[in-house]
Ligand binder design. Sequence first.
Ligand code: NAP
Length: 312
Amino acid sequence: MSASMKSQLVGVIGPAGFGGSYLSVELIRRGHKVVGISRNPQSFGTHQSYTPRSVDIEAASIDDLATSFRDLEVLVSEYGPHTQGADALKYMPYVEVVRKLILAVKLAKVEYFVFVGGAGSLVVPGTHESLADYPSFFSAYRRQMAMSEAHVQYMEERLGPIGAPLRSYRNARLAQNSGTSTAEDIKTIQMYEDSIRKNDRASEYIKAGRATLLFFEGNTSFPWTFVSPSPLYRPGRRTGSYQVTVDYVPLKGEQQGEDALDGRLTGISAVDLAVAIVNEIEKPRLMHKHWTASADLSDDTSYPSYVTAKDI
Ligand SMILES: NC(=O)c1ccc[n+]([C@@H]2O[C@H](COP(=O)([O-])OP(=O)(O)OC[C@H]3O[C@@H](n4cnc5c(N)ncnc54)[C@H](OP(=O)(O)O)[C@@H]3O)[C@@H](O)[C@H]2O)c1
């Protein structure tokens, strides 16, 4: 925060989760005060600029939610199901919770609602399809994810039953790339890619994320911004720089083969996305926009999936 900028009271839903913990650390480091809203917000730790506020947003009424938002200048939703494991990646309750959050934000007259959704709502350039509906998205997504050790570790830590087959697929692909693959490796690659084409285990949840955009798009009855992390979002190094793209998925390089997405997806580290969100909070430029931020992810060092007040 520069000297001319005032400290703001920012509510973060999901302060101890993946994106929410990196965001809470970034906000506090930059001189803001954070109210952490979740069922167990104390798990973020203690700090003079951090106040935990215990709320179960799935169970709470709209009035209860509005009461817990009323003193906030800005509210950021980093709500997500991942900390409950791979089986929690469902269409519901996510869509219903977002509907309630918006009604409560309006009732509480929150000055700026920053909603962090998913990459699935980003539109593929040259089409009218969002990533979640684009036929080759899930294959392209898992293929690129598997080539990053940091990403695979993050998936193993957060979503074991999705991370374990991704690790086997990575090992088989590495063997294939180095010319040492066995028949077993080739079978592992084929079986993994077939299963993703049929039904990626996260697809229901990713479709929920892209559906929630419709609650926001074209709706100027409250102040919002909708942030979709770029697809290869993971823990990583802080570069402090990023590119913003509105509505569309940023793709790198030129299309090589048949598929528009293969090898061309971009990503961002949780800390760089946190920088982009805090910049938007301090100086809003993207109100009523659906946007993403992407950054350099060439450093494949593993970083933790969650940070706490000790990291401030
Ligand atoms: N590539 C991508 O596009 C991508 C990747 C990852 C995430 N995302 C998106 O980023 C957003 C945040 O996800 P995330 O993975 O950072 O978060 P997360 O780790 O899944 O969880 C965030 C927090 O949500 C809180 N929460 C869950 N249920 C709750 C409830 N009933 N009441 C109150 N709080 C509840 C939990 O805190 P408590 O346990 O304390 O309640 C949890 O720590 C989501 O919209 C997600 O889709 C996008």
